[in-house]
Design a protein around this ligand. Structure first.
Ligand SMILES: Cc1ncc(COP(=O)(O)O)c(C=O)c1O
Length: 228
């Protein structure tokens, strides 16, 4: 695991077959290159090897409740570009933010490094267990097509089971008819419960909360011991 921002969540390097044989190499430089943090750079470089093909980020994050800024995501994209890898952005908690930082989709950096975005109905529509999600290629340079990543993903459709029919049937209604009020209410409940956890945990000895949650449905808690 490569920390992208210490207690604020992590980026993970996966180790699968590298796409080097397919000819993809890092693209042009951007202003984010100058901004890229050195510690993140060194940590990612140390974790990656010739077989590393992707960096996974979870934003908003489970289990830290972290929300990444536009600038931070830009650094991640630039890092991926430098390493010649792509980014897998798990955004199943997209839009579920209640701090100062708004949700920024990693896909906006798809021209810096290709991004595979994972989404789901389970969190934003609060239907855990419905098991219906999507994968979006944010890849204006067509890297995923050239390297046959898209074909590879499609081939998995033949071996993994589909979501239940009634769930598939509900999707058009769900997307079309869900009112903003519903989303606002969900975020408000998450804000309130996160605040309660944050405040109450302060009073529990041996437990500390490294950062106030700003998104998703989680609070990171650490154990600590003091000896007299
Ligand atoms: C970060 C993250 N990604 C993906 C999932 C899976 O979502 P789904 O319920 O759509 O399978 C979860 C579920 O808890 C999650 O926390």
């Amino acid at each position: 695991m490569a920390p992208t921002s210490c207690s604020q969540g992590r980026a993970t390097c996966s180790t699968r077959r590298a796409p080097s044989s397919t000819g993809w190499r890092p693209g042009t430089s951007t202003s984010y290159r100058r901004e890229a943090g050195r510690s993140t750079s060194m940590a990612c470089k140390a974790l990656g090897d010739g077989n590393t093909v992707a960096m996974v980020i979870v934003n908003p994050g489970n289990p830290c409740g972290n929300v990444y800024t536009y600038e931070h995501l830009g650094k991640i994209a630039e890092m991926a570009r430098k390493l010649g890898i792509f980014v897998i952005a798990d955004e199943v908690y997209a839009h579920l933010t209640f701090g100062k930082k708004k949700f920024v989709p990693m896909g906006v950096f798809g021209s810096v490094a290709p991004v595979l975005t994972l989404g789901s109905i389970s969190k934003r529509w609060v239907v855990p267990g419905w098991r219906l999600g999507w994968i979006v290629c944010n890849d204006p340079n067509g890297v995923f097509h050239k390297t046959k990543v898209v074909d590879s993903i499609k081939s998995y459709l033949d071996i993994s089971s589909d979501p239940p029919t009634f769930v598939q049937g509900a999707i058009p209604q769900l997307i079309k008819n869900t009112k903003q009020e519903f989303f606002d209410k969900t975020v408000e409940v998450l804000r309130q419960t996160a605040d309660i956890c944050w405040e109450k945990l302060k009073g529990v000895s041996c437990i500390t909360c490294p950062s106030r949650p700003e998104g998703s449905m989680f609070v990171m808690v650490c154990e600590y011991y003091t000896f007299c």
